[in-house]
Write a protein that binds this ligand. Structure first.
Ligand SMILES: [Fe+2]
Ligand SMILES: [Fe+2]
Length: 237
């Protein structure tokens, strides 16, 4: 990403002080802040499940907590109140899947949900938000995006050497969780469009990142493409 993409808003920048932008921003910012808080909790749960990596996972969780605080600051800067209620409702099915995986001792499922699916989703969303972000939020978003990439890398590095043993669990988890993750977008489409993010492009960006991630851990390219496209098509139907 170039420095200019942070420093100067694009010529397609939305009117940040308009009522439509502010309402949509409140809902999207709520999703971001609640989602970052959820990621923090997930990393702390993972730290308990993986004592060998405990310090590292607590560090990643602390980064998520910082992201949440930084994005609260972005809403405050625009004088917008985040809609946490909507975010909690939309994020609840994904949170439940993580809790279910944890209750079943499915560490692979927990890692796939947080470190692959949620992180790919975060990177995709922040990548598309960055060019249309207001000048206060843009450098924060750029820094957060780099952190999310690090979280994604953690998951990939854990899963890659164990791929043969975990491949079926990864696929089963993706089949359950990807449609749920993409389903969150169904109620956010017009808000995303209002703040300058094309929801279809967001799905496409997620599909590319998640497919790359599956390949990075060892999934055959054709199988990864087929799985991700099928899940995305089902979520969008
Ligand atoms: Fe984050
Ligand atoms: Fe993250």
């Amino acid at each position: 990403m170039s420095a200019t993409s942070c420093d100067s808003p694009s010529k397609n920048s939305p009117a940040y002080d308009g009522p439509a932008y502010r309402q949509a921003y409140g809902r999207i910012n709520g999703m971001v802040v609640v989602g970052e808080g959820l990621a923090d909790r997930h990393f702390r749960r993972l730290a308990d499940m993986l004592p060998h990596d405990r310090e590292e996972l607590l560090r990643l969780g602390a980064m998520e907590a910082r992201h949440a605080r930084d994005f609260v600051g972005c809403a405050r800067n625009l004088g917008v109140k985040a809609d946490a209620g909507l975010a909690q409702r939309l994020l609840s099915p994904l949170q439940q899947q993580f809790q279910q995986a944890e209750a079943q001792g499915d560490l692979v499922g927990c890692l796939v949900i947080q470190c692959l699916i949620i992180e790919c989703f975060a990177v995709a969303a922040y990548r598309l938000y960055l060019p249309v972000a207001d000048p206060y939020a843009a450098p924060i978003t750029a820094a957060v995006m780099a952190d999310e990439q690090e979280h994604l890398n953690y998951g990939e590095q854990w899963l890659r050497p164990r791929f043969a043993a975990v491949a079926d669990q990864v696929e089963a988890c993706a089949r359950r969780a990807v449609p749920v993750a993409l389903g969150m977008l169904q109620e956010l489409g017009s808000d995303l469009a209002t703040i300058g993010i094309d929801p279809t492009e967001l799905v496409a960006e997620f599909v590319v990142l998640f497919q790359e991630s599956l390949q990075a851990i060892g999934t055959d390219a054709g199988a990864a493409r087929q799985l991700v496209n099928r899940l995305a098509a089902r979520a969008l139907a």
